[in-house]
Design a protein around this ligand. Structure first.
Ligand code: NAD
Ligand code: ZN
Ligand code: ZN
Length: 349
């Protein structure tokens, strides 16, 4: 089968022929319906995967959905053809966090032989994906796998971040989403679906700000010109400032902006891996501002996100490409040319 492969840090990805895996005891083989292309794939291509030991090649793709194709010995409850989303952070399955479905915070994360497809193990940018345990599958019902694949990360990550901040997200408060790409366009919708909070969206690209307005952002601000972005947001929020800032970029300019617009007794959540740094002291942030850097979401939350999509309360603005186009699509993502989410679909080759 064809697969989009990471070779080593700094090298472009390649499309290669690899063998279709055979599920061993307890494993499930999933036929891929769609594999989302995430900005984190670019971080993997540039820097490799931390903790994966000696760097070796693997298939990219950690936002996956498809159909059960075959089950290994001992797997019950699933049959060929069942449509499924694949939970992407493969924890140890038995620590305190994993037992509570929070595999994203697995206590053994530093020593996992198989931390997730596309993050050291073979991922889903291929015809088939080998999933190590059926506990990592969530039924999709009527959702088409290629539409659902980005729910497993582009929606699950902001969902988890927003859920942690829910008590602050009252109808008289303001939430600011910075970066309206794959994660950000889901974050705007999730804030609208889950809360009555007023939503402000920030980006450096006018098309993405228009996208945010269509999805329900009340105010959009282009931060390309720096200085007046904070003033414009403060004029909107008044002295109370933002109750919640979700930075889906995490670069120095966006973190600096976040610190200027966040209010007292607030939450500043950074999910973007842009390499910026926030100075944390009693004097550098408003009093009572919590800063957090959540990772992905829980298995239970993936079920909740899928329920939101099944009932039409959120949707992925997806653009579809074949597996062979993977390297070009990754390059276009790097150049800021992909709106919403790109999804690789094997059937399109
Ligand atoms: P994306 O490329 O689809 O979107 C990025 C958006 O940010 C684009 O709209 C872009 O125009 C905008 N942007 C870029 N620089 C900006 C700036 N200086 N100011 C304002 N907007 C700017 O990326 P994505 O797939 O949504 O991923 C976003 C980030 O989240 C990446 O760093 C990714 O690695 C990270 N991520 C983290 C987690 C997690 O669990 N913490 C999960 C998934 C992705
Ligand atoms: Zn991702
Ligand atoms: Zn664990």
């Amino acid at each position: 089968m064809k697969a989009v492969r990471f070779i080593e840090p700094g090298r472009p990805p390649v499309v290669a022929d690899v063998a279709v895996p055979v599920p061993g005891p307890g494993e499930v083989l999933v036929k891929i319906g769609g594999a989302g292309v995430c900005h984190s794939d670019l971080h993997v291509l540039d820097h490799g995967v931390a903790g994966a030991g000696e760097c070796r090649g693997f298939t990219l793709g950690h936002e996956n959905a498809g159909w059960v194709a075959a089950v290994g010995a001992g797997v019950t409850g699933w049959k060929e053809g069942d449509p499924v989303a694949v939970y992407g952070h493969w924890g140890c399955g038995h620590c305190h966090a994993c037992q509570q479905s929070m595999e994203n915070y697995c206590e053994n994360a530093d020593n996992l032989p198989n931390p997730g497809g596309g993050f050291g193990a073979d991922g889903g940018m291929a015809d088939y994906l080998l999933v190590p345990s059926p506990r990592l599958l969530v039924p999709l019902g009527k959702l088409a796998p290629r539409d659902a694949a980005p729910l497993t990360d582009a929606a699950l990550t902001p969902y988890h971040a927003i859920k942690r901040a829910l008590p602050l997200l009252t109808p008289d408060a303001t939430a600011v989403v910075i970066g309206v790409g794959g994660l950000g366009h889901m974050a705007v919708q999730l804030l609208r679906a889950l809360t009555g909070v007023r939503v402000v969206a920030v980006d450096v690209d006018e098309r993405r700000l228009e996208h945010a307005r269509q999805l329900g952002a009340e105010l959009t601000v282009n931060s390309r010109d720096g200085a007046d972005a904070a003033e414009r947001i403060r004029a909107f929020t008044g002295v109370r400032r933002a109750a919640f800032v979700l930075d889906c970029v995490g670069a120095q300019p966006t973190l600096d902006l976040a610190v200027q617009i966040v209010g007292r007794n607030s939450q500043l959540t950074v999910v973007g891996v842009g390499g910026g740094v926030i100075q944390l002291s009693q004097l550098t942030l408003p009093f009572g501002c919590s800063v957090c850097t959540p990772l992905w979401g829980t298995r239970a939350e993936l079920q909740e996100v899928i329920a939101l999509a099944q009932s039409g309360r959120i949707h992925v603005d997806a653009h579809y490409f074949g597996i062979n186009e993977g390297p070009r699509v990754l390059q276009e993502l790097r150049e800021g040319k992909i709106m919403g989410r790109a999804v690789l679909v094997p059937d399109l080759d």
